[in-house]
Structures are given as C-alpha cells and as structure tokens.
Ligand binder design. Sequence first.
Ligand SMILES: Cc1cc2nc3c(=O)[nH]c(=O)nc-3n(C[C@H](O)[C@H](O)[C@H](O)COP(=O)(O)O)c2cc1C
Length: 298
Amino acid sequence: MLEVVISDLKLENPVILASGILGSKWSSLAKVAEFSGAIVAKSVGLNSREGYKNPVVLNQECSIVNAVGLASPGAKEFSKELEKLFKVTNKPLIVSLFAQSSEEFSSLPNYFPFASAFELNLSCPHAEKLGMAIGVDEKAVKDCIKAVKEVTDKPVFAKLTPNVTDITKIGIAAEKGGADAVVAVNTFKAISIDVVSRKPVLSNVKGGLSGKAIKPLALRCVWDLYEVLDIPIIGCGGISNWKDVVEFILAGAIAVQVGSAFYESYRAVEGIVKGLNDYLSYTGEKIEELVGLAHGGV
Ligand SMILES: Cc1cc2nc3c(=O)[nH]c(=O)nc-3n(C[C@H](O)[C@H](O)[C@H](O)COP(=O)(O)O)c2cc1C
C-alpha cells in the first residue's frame, strides 16, 4: 500500500528523512531509519568544512531559518560514519554530495560504495560557490549530473533550489543530464533581524527558510515540475503530517522528504507514516495511484 519505487530503489513507504536535519551522527540517523522509507545523509564534500559560527539555526514561528554553511567532516571521514549506519539498517541510504564543479562531484561517489543512491546538493542557498551557486545554471546542473552518472550505476537525484525564476528549466536540465529523479526543494533565501541589537541574527547574515511556512511554495514547485518532467519527483518543504504528504503526492511527487518537522518531534516520520497508512487503509488505494491526480481535475 505504501511501497513506492524510484528508479531502482524500492521504498517500503514514501517518507524520507531530508538531508542535514539530524546532523552527521550515524546513531541519530539509525533511529529515524526504522520508520522512514529511506534516509538522506547530511551533505558531504571532498574536504572537511567547518561551517559557520553560531547562531546557525533559528527556530521561528512556523519556520526555521538556517545557515549552517555545509559543515562536513569531508568524504573520507564521513564515509566511515555512514558505513556504521549502513551496517545497522536495511533502509536505502542516500548520500548527499556537494562540490564546486562537475569534476569534483565525480570524485565523490567512490568514497561511498554502500550508498543506495546519490543526491546532488545543487541548492544550498548560503555557501559560496556551492549548492545553489551551481543549481541556478542549467548547463552546470546538466554537466554535474552527467559527470556523476558516468562514475556510478546508482540512481542520481538532483536536489533543486526554488530560488530561480523558473524551476522547470532547471528540472529539465537535470533530466537531460540523466538524473533519475529530482528533489524539490531546498530552502528559500531568507534573513532574520533582532530588534534589540538591530543586527542580523545568523552569523552568516543570510540563510535559508524551511518548515511549515514554505509548504505551499514547495508544493507549487512540485506541481510545475510534474507538468514538464518524465522522471520522478520527490517533494520536500514544510511537510509535517500525513495530509501534507498526500497533497505533495496529488501534486505529482512519488515520495517526500521531511526535515524541519523534526524540530517539533523526533517522532515526526513515525506519525506521518501511521497517518498515511490509516488513510490508505480507509480508501483502499495504493499511494502510487495518487501521484499527480490533482492535475486531472483542473
Ligand atoms: C538545519 C538544516 C540543515 C540543512 N542541511 C542540509 C544539507 O546539508 N543538505 C541539503 O541538501 N539540505 C539541507 N537542508 C535543507 C533540508 O534538507 C530541506 O530541503 C529543507 O529544510 C526543506 O524541508 P523542510 O521544510 O521539511 O525542512 C537543511 C535544512 C536545515 C533546517
């Protein structure tokens, strides 16, 4: 009922842990893996990066503003950490990669022989020369996906930024590069200012917005992508309950990722999956039958 297939990945349910939310420790990822369809690890690059100084995460009304700065131990070290997770979970482990160029991207998959799939972070809005710096450029997106596809047989997903005039152009570029799916979306460019100090709150000043506040925006991205793409779409942005998931599926997603909802409850995925199960038991449908259904009625 809840099983979905994305490229050659079989997921027992369509709810995936989004990248970066639970940090880099294998033990916290393992706990969430128990209930999730799959796990996306925190984005990792070739070399270690410190990330920005605190504060890096602001928990606000209906939203989170963050600029962690792609803090990472680097591919070699992180591979050892993720291998521990791989040994204790039977759930697909998706490794999220960041890099400055297609060459650098193609050097990364080799470090993670146990990965079930790779997700290219073409969308972080607050790290110079990384993420969104590449993800706003159609040619760069296509080249990066192509470069990674050439060095791995595993599925390759493109995680898109919503911070573009037309996300469908970037989605099409990813599809042309050979992406097996797109993930829509990463955070929206944002900022927060403290009225007492009269200064920006994040140490990096600029960050990205996630959480409930972005759900309708992310949903629109999925809707638009569904109208132009043949590859599967994984929805992401503001999902916190089973109804949100159904909305994303009806808009055209085959699966979803959940991030900021963990700031409200560590059992976020557990509750969502239970709600979905109850809903589909009641309607007697398979989740795959609902993909894109909302488009038919318009
Ligand atoms: C603290 C924090 C760290 C994040 N780190 C990453 C990351 O390393 N790589 C990535 O692709 N996305 C990262 N994201 C973005 C999330 O994976 C997700 O795309 C975004 O938060 C929208 O989903 P949500 O509203 O469910 O949180 C991060 C988000 C937050 C809040």
